[in-house]
Design a protein around this ligand. Structure first.
Ligand SMILES: Nc1ncnc2c1ncn2[C@@H]1O[C@H](COP(=O)(O)OP(=O)(O)OP(=O)(O)O)[C@@H](O)[C@H]1O
Length: 261
């Protein structure tokens, strides 16, 4: 296996500058500045309600779908403002895919769950090409061997852990550059969780990953960078090891030692 690139040589994939988010009159994010490096996993941690999911949803404009939500500031992908007028949110979400807390396969076959995105984005023109995409996506998500003989069966018939890997395969099928994961293991048992964590580690060779997690061990296991959020602020962001062994801010220290949150 080729050795992983050393820390520090990863380019910046996404940037947040002074990002503020409001739900009606209530401010949920107070001016977030963050850089997300490519081919790395960034974990977003912090007490419930601090704004982790809100921030994650800014990165692929999922907040657009929430009626009273307003976003200010800059979010850039490869230097381009994702809220810019020329950016189509559907195309953006193909580049910045998302996996949710609860596995949410479509009520379709395993095959069609994967083929759905490539179909609507016109990615495959022939059946053979689509078969190839389905197979590659399921392989990358570590699910192929378990489902290759039942591709026409419903995705909802899989176990929870398999369904989550199906959702990851579905995200991968449209060749995203960034994958956002919002507590992807919280509905899974420890074995399925270990499987997803291994997968995340493999996926970072090809994708940039941002994961929200409440599980501190998980953040420590899967991420190279960690950002700690508190009451709508991003308090500190550093190498994961540094955050967990030598945090600079006492709020981070309080959270990782379990004093609150
Ligand atoms: N759709 C919404 N409408 C109104 N307020 C919202 C909405 N979504 C989130 N909020 C509020 O914004 C703040 C941040 O919420 P968010 O879900 O981003 O936090 P979080 O850190 O992801 O929390 P958790 O860890 O509990 O999932 C909270 O005060 C929450 O109540």
């Amino acid at each position: 296996m080729p050795s992983r690139p050393a820390a520090g040589i990863h380019g910046t994939k996404m940037v947040a500058r002074d990002v503020k988010v409001f739900y009606g009159a209530k401010q949920a994010l107070k001016g977030i500045n963050l850089e997300i490096q490519e081919n790395r996993v960034m974990a977003l941690i912090g007490p419930s309600g601090c704004g982790k999911s809100t921030f994650l949803r800014c990165l692929n404009r999922m907040n657009d779908t929430i009626e009273n939500c307003r976003v200010e500031g800059l979010i850039a992908l490869d230097g381009e403002d994702v809220y810019g007028k020329s950016i189509d949110a559907v195309q953006l979400r193909a580049r910045v895919g998302m996996v949710f807390q609860k596995p949410n396969p479509f009520p379709k076959s395993i095959y069609d769950n994967i083929a759905y995105g490539p179909r609507i984005h016109g990615i495959a023109s022939h059946r053979d090409e689509m078969d190839e995409i389905v197979q590659t996506s399921l392989k990358r998500a570590g699910l192929w061997n378990e489902v290759k003989d039942r591709l026409r069966e419903p995705g909802t018939g899989l176990s929870g852990g398999q369904q989550q890997r199906l959702c990851i395969a579905r995200a991968i099928a449209v060749s995203p550059e960034v994958i956002l994961m919002d507590e992807p293991c919280s509905a899974l048992d420890p074995i399925a969780t270990a499987h997803i964590e291994e997968l995340i580690d493999e996926l970072r060779e090809n994708y940039t990953i941002v994961i929200v997690t409440h599980n501190m061990q998980q953040a420590a296991r899967v991420s190279q960078k960690t950002a700690f959020f508190h009451l709508g602020d991003m308090v500190e962001c550093d190498d994961t090891e540094e955050i967990f062994t030598n945090p600079r801010d006492e709020r981070t220290q309080g959270y990782i030692t379990g004093r609150y949150g």
